[in-house]
Design a protein around this ligand. Structure first.
Ligand SMILES: [Zn+2]
Length: 292
């Protein structure tokens, strides 16, 4: 192994460790966490707790649920859903594999609720030794549409972005899209390259979201605040700007350590970061130096 491949391997390992820490359950006081419902449109809600926002479409045909946060919160989440509706949960859709989005799969799948997700979500959960009750029972490779509660609900796979199993859920009747973690308003783009995510794919996926949305579409991010298509455009433009800055520094012959030390996003960290781009830079560096 030459020096460069050794360093790249080191980057891969440290980014994997950072990822598992950042997506894992860590040490949290689960008892202190409240599940707060927010109404987005008629019959459409998201639940805020800790982890990814849970989407809920409620109507005469029952409840469509998107994601289920961390396992220790399942009973609280179920209680919060029951305060909104006593209808049965008909389907649980997973936007991607991270434990702050699928941690409750065993609980809800164990209740007999069919879990729906992309083929890659099923593959990766299976590879990670996930219990049978927590696995999707219906998987797809191309877009699928549910016809419930008087509207079409399109579940659309994205290019490899945050992971290689991301989906957007588009409630066409409500003009609302749940974007999973491809679009979050809390930090720079997060690319889990250990789960097949890519930065260039994230840009393509954001373009897909921009194309799917209209000027009045409400977008529920995986984490953060309700947004519009214009917010996604600004986020996508920021991502392109960060990539171009890093690319220029690579062209000047700088190493990842030098680029990180140069703080290429210092002037925009306050607006976009809430955290420095420490998780993004290694992935971006790796991807840009492997291009061509
Ligand atoms: Zn995620």
């Amino acid at each position: 192994m030459n020096m460069k491949s050794w360093l790249l391997a080191l980057v891969a390992v440290s980014s994997a460790l950072a990822m598992s820490a950042s997506f894992g359950q860590q040490n949290r006081d689960w008892n202190a966490i409240q599940i707060t419902p927010h109404q987005v449109a008629a019959g459409l809600y998201y639940l805020e707790g800790t982890g990814g926002h849970i989407g809920l479409l409620v109507g005469d045909d029952g409840i469509i649920m998107i994601d289920d946060q961390f396992a220790p919160l399942s009973e609280k989440i179920y209680a919060a859903i029951r305060k909104i509706s006593d209808q049965p949960i008909r389907f649980l859709i997973n936007t991607h594999i991270h434990p702050d989005h699928v941690g409750g799969n065993a609980y809800f799948g164990g209740m007999g609720i069919p879990i729906v997700a992309r083929d890659n979500v099923y593959l990766r959960l299976t590879q990670r030794g996930t219990a049978k009750a927590a696995l999707p029972v219906l998987t797809f490779g191309a877009a699928v549409t549910l016809h419930l509660n008087g509207q079409d609900i399109r579940v659309v796979p994205t290019p490899p972005a945050h992971t290689d199993g991301d989906s957007y859920i588009h409630f066409l009747g409500s003009d609302v899209i749940h974007a999973g973690d491809v679009f979050r308003t809390v930090a720079y783009p997060r690319v889990d390259d250990q789960s097949g995510g890519t930065f260039e794919g994230s840009l393509a996926a954001l373009q897909l979201l921009i194309d799917m949305a209209g000027p009045n579409t409400t977008i529920i991010p995986g984490h953060g605040v309700l947004s519009t298509r214009d917010d996604v455009i600004k986020f996508r433009d920021m991502a392109i700007e960060v990539r171009d800055r890093v690319s220029r520094l690579i062209d000047q012959g700088m190493t990842l350590e030098q680029i990180t030390a140069a703080r290429p996003t210092a002037d925009i960290d306050a607006e976009w970061g809430f955290e420095p781009p420490d998780l993004l830079l290694p992935v971006l560096y790796n991807e840009l130096t492997h291009a061509n």
